[in-house]
Design a protein around this ligand. Structure first.
Ligand SMILES: *Cc1c(COP(=O)(O)O)cnc(C)c1O
Length: 364
């Protein structure tokens, strides 16, 4: 039997009848775009995040992109972010013709090292995008203080961290906006693309609602050039079913992570570090080892899938060659890209399967 990194079919099988009923009811309703399911999902997620507004969009990438545009960030501006994330985070900065400024990570959490942010702030810096990587929030309090002192916007990339807590408060609720993705492999995943922005700012919410639908509030009357970036009813209906289970899935992820931790803590493999004030949702369970590639092949031989997130940090990507970063500039991100390994973790995974993975990892 092979062991996947994530088993989406296992989840579907547990919810099949509920999901099919939700999809059928959308099909029967004849309302496929911007209907009741999208509105209800927006309200539920805003409530879960304890913020005023939720705005469904076409993807997590668009959630980030529209946030930058609505906040007026563009040509000539600099935006500070982490090099150790999915490309989207920096891609959107480039798409609005601003410049990403990469700041190294804290090697313990893989998140933006907030201590290094201040010395990278210039007169052009307009925003910071912290990414809550692998399900654990970045250290937000010091960032919010900097944002206040230097008049910077904060856009939380919470695509991997829906339901995570920072000092007891939900990921996404701290910044000017918080961005979520419903890509199928995310902790709350649809059966296609989708995303959502949360914010407490009424004016910003209004702008975002305009931007996602061709700059129009009233059909066929356009106030600004916008986008076609809507979440569709079928995805929203599926996500509403799944949202009811999210808390228990996060708990199941944490309990499997705790088991891995127990089994690996005496070994030479470094287990994930979670700050005492954080509650992680373990989007991924990522260990570290100088022998990462050996461990990965050993797992592969036993038909166990593992994942490398992320093999090349963003400052060294071809697309950013013109920015002039060199190998060695952001040493912790570079080291993480050689040492980090994501092990299989999903809510339906059995303890027995965790044991099997660890057994293969520890045989030498
Ligand atoms: C998945 C992800 C995104 C992009 O979300 P999409 O819905 O795939 O566009 C952005 N940032 C991070 C950190 C992600 O993990």
């Amino acid at each position: 039997m092979s062991i996947p990194l994530l088993d989406l079919k296992a989840q579907y099988n547990t919810l099949k009848s509920e999901i099919l009923a939700a999809i059928h009811s959308v099909l029967d309703s004849g309302s496929y775009i911007m209907g009741g399911n999208v509105r209800a999902l927006e309200e539920s997620i805003a409530e879960m995040c304890a913020v005023k507004h939720g705005i469904g969009v076409a993807s997590g990438t668009d959630a980030l992109l529209l946030s930058l545009i609505a906040l007026g960030i563009g040509e000539g501006d600099e935006v500070i972010t982490t090099p150790y994330t999915f490309f989207s985070t920096a891609e959107v900065i480039s798409k609005v013709r601003a410049t990403p400024v990469f700041v190294d990570i804290d090697p313990r959490t893989f998140n933006l090292d907030v201590k290094l942010v201040e010395k990278n702030i210039t007169s052009r810096t307009k925003a910071v995008i912290p990414v809550h990587i692998f399900g654990q929030t970045a250290d937000l309090d010091p960032l919010l203080k900097l944002a206040n002192n230097y008049n910077l916007k904060i856009i939380e990339d919470a695509c991997q961290a829906i339901g995570a807590l920072y000092k007891g408060k939900p990921a996404g609720s701290f910044g000017n906006t918080g961005c979520f993705s419903f890509y199928p492999t995310k902790n709350l995943g649809g059966y296609g693309d989708g995303g959502l922005i949360v914010t407490n700012d009424d004016t910003l919410a209004e702008k975002l609602r305009l931007l996602r639908v061709h700059g129009s509030k009233k059909r066929y009357y356009h106030l600004v050039p916008g986008y076609n970036s809507r979440l569709d009813e079928i995805q929203a209906a599926v996500l509403r079913v799944k949202l009811k289970y999210l808390a228990q899935w996060s708990e199941a992820r944490r309990s499997k992570a705790a088991l891995y931790n127990r089994l690996l803590q005496e070994s030479a493999i470094d287990i994930p570090y979670v700050e005492e004030w954080n509650e992680s949702v373990y989007h991924l369970y990522v260990v570290r080892s100088k022998e990462r590639d050996v461990l990965k092949s050993r797992l592969a031989e036993a038909k166990i899938n593992s994942g490398i997130y992320y093999p090349l940090p963003l400052h060294l990507q071809e697309v950013y060659r013109a920015l002039g970063y060199k190998s060695g500039d952001l040493p912790e991100a570079e080291r993480a890209s050689c040492e980090a390994l994501a092990l299989p973790l999903y809510p339906e995974m059995t303890e027995d399967t965790v044991n099997q993975v660890v057994k293969v990892l520890l045989e030498s």
